[in-house]
Unconditional design. Structure first.
Length: 413
């Protein structure tokens, strides 16, 4: 048994400066339930245990930033922490640090971005027994060999970096190796998003400069949340493959956040990768139709919040964390994980198995399928793909090897 495999079946947690096996925490009153049963009952196919598993979009650090908590500890709520990620057999994550719209009106986004990345580095260091920062594909493999998870930093919502490419360079120096071009759902100074106004008809000259700089620095360009034109133009402008870290297919659910076949084919033609989101909104047509009926939601994503101080914004945002979905889904609209597998299958048929992956958006608010409660249930996606009759080789690509390939092409190419 490889060391990494061993880690997947036996989790070690750092606690108060020393290391205890997870069994010593089994009666953890915080969790309020019998974790040992939980652990032993959760199915993990051998294939999942042995495969390299990477999530293309896992939200981290919002809670740690606002509550002063530690991602190395098991939370009783939310969907992501390091112990549960290990239980889910996750070997690496696009460690998505997030600066939401709340920070834009006061132009606090750059400050937030730097403090959240700084915190991510602190938290990764603090939990060094479990996770290390990866700057490239070789790092990921080296870290996994030690039996640890790898964190590959991805920024969501840097707004426009104050229009200053030097800030991009500074973030790169800090260890950021992937960035969404868009400011989350908001059109910024250089790229249009898919659910805000189109200001540039895609990307503008500054956008092209940012892309060229990211190519030069060896940073992964993430075009999730971008408009269709912005995706096509980014693919065209970039020397390297680009990724679409989390979303669904517009042909399945016509939500603006889902990628069109045209854009998906363009991403794949440039050797890029698309990560399928775990949420019903982007993947379950029935749920989408129900949501459409339930709300006449046409509000543009443009920032409508008033400018406030950093402390005030923190307080407001803190009310929302953890950012997991908190509603209830009527039985008839609550999808099974098989539906996610069908969406993956649509992608495999459209653009091929070398371009499909997973970008869960856990702790970012997806309406999870019945079988997935949190990141510890990651093996469910493998089980669902196995039911499709997929070969082990294909499943391994989708579970992580495609992300690893694209990271290698960009960071070591
Ligand atoms: Zn997102």
């Amino acid at each position: 048994m490889k060391r990494r495999d061993l880690i997947k079946s036996f989790t070690m947690l750092p606690l108060v400066g020393s290391i205890f096996p997870i069994e010593s925490l089994l009666s953890d009153p915080v969790a309020g339930k019998d974790i040992s049963l939980n652990l032993r009952q959760k199915p993990m196919p051998e294939l999942h245990r042995n495969a390299f598993v990477m999530d293309g979009h896992t939200h981290v650090m919002s809670r740690e930033l606002l509550m002063g908590t530690d991602i190395g500890q098991r939370y009783p709520d939310g969907t992501v922490d390091l112990p549960r990620a290990r239980e889910g057999g996750v070997d690496a994550m696009f460690f998505s640090v997030y600066t939401p719209e709340h920070y834009y009106p006061g132009r606090l986004e750059t400050k937030n971005t730097f403090r959240v990345i700084n915190l991510a580095l602190d938290q990764i260091n603090k939990n060094n027994e479990m996770i290390e920062l990866a700057l490239n594909a070789s790092d990921i493999e080296r870290i996994n060999k030690k039996g640890k998870m790898a964190a590959f930093l991805d920024l969501e919502g840097g707004y426009d970096l104050d229009g200053d490419i030097n800030l991009l360079r500074a973030l790169h120096r800090l260890g950021l190796r992937s960035m969404q071009l868009t400011a989350h759902n908001t059109t910024n100074a250089f790229v249009d998003t898919c659910n805000d106004i189109s200001r540039w008809g895609g990307i503008n000259d500054l956008g092209k400069k940012v892309i060229a700089e990211m190519n030069q620095l060896g940073m992964v360009i993430n075009i999730a949340h971008a408009s269709n034109d912005a995706i096509l133009q980014t693919v065209e402008a970039s020397e390297h493959p680009v990724i679409y870290s989390h979303g669904g297919f517009y042909s399945i659910v016509p939500h603006p956040r889902c990628i069109t076949d045209e854009a998906a084919k363009a991403v794949a033609a440039k050797d890029g990768v698309i990560g399928i989101h775990f949420g019903s909104l982007f993947n379950n047509p029935k749920y989408w139709a129900w949501q459409q009926k339930a709300s006449n939601e046409t509000t543009p994503a443009s920032v409508q919040l008033s400018a406030r101080t950093l402390e005030e914004v923190d307080k407001e945002f803190a009310k929302e964390v953890p950012l997991n979905f908190k509603g209830t889904i009527p039985d008839e609209y609550w999808m099974h994980v098989d539906q996610l597998a069908r969406v993956i299958d649509y992608g495999v048929n459209l653009i091929g198995e070398d371009h499909m992956a997973i970008g869960s958006d856990l702790d970012g608010g997806p309406e999870l399928p019945r079988e997935i409660k949190d990141i510890s249930d990651f093996p469910q996606i493998t089980i669902a793909m196995q039911k499709l009759g997929y070969s082990d080789e294909r499943i391994k690509k989708i579970l992580g090897l495609n992300w690893l390939r694209v990271i290698r092409q960009v960071t070591e190419g």
